[in-house]
Design a protein around this ligand. Structure first.
Ligand SMILES: [Zn+2]
Length: 119
């Protein structure tokens, strides 16, 4: 990456040099000034584009954001399960017709096999 960055920046510098030479010798076209502007801008942005530290940090940030999103979704799912599945009176249980496991009353599904319990 650093070698590529160096090569590209040298290339851009020669381009800028050529354009400046065109202007000083009076051979400029209407495009020359814009070319210099774009080349200078690229030269300025280049280190940020190719800097491995910045690139890796950016990737890391994307990764963290994705992980947080995933965790948040999981938290919501667990919260939902707790709210709808575990609101029960501990003294009462309901027997699953499929596997015979005793789930707490109020459970929407069997705690053992996931069979849908009807109420
Ligand atoms: Zn069951």
């Amino acid at each position: 990456m650093p070698v590529l960055s160096l090569v590209v920046s040298i290339f851009l510098l020669t381009l800028i040099g050529n354009d400046i030479k065109k202007i000083t010798t009076g051979n400029e076209t209407s495009f020359t000034k814009w070319a210099i502007l774009i080349e200078a801008l690229l030269l300025f942005i280049l280190p940020f584009l190719f800097n491995p530290q910045i690139v890796s940090r950016r990737l890391e940030r994307i990764h963290i954001a994705r992980a947080q999103k995933k965790k948040h979704a999981l938290d919501l799912k667990i919260e939902k399960q707790i709210r709808f599945n575990v609101e029960y009176r501990p003294s009462l249980v309901v027997r699953c017709p499929r596997c015979g496991f005793e789930s707490p009353t109020g459970a929407k599904t069997c705690f053992n096999c996931g069979f849908k319990l009807n109420f």
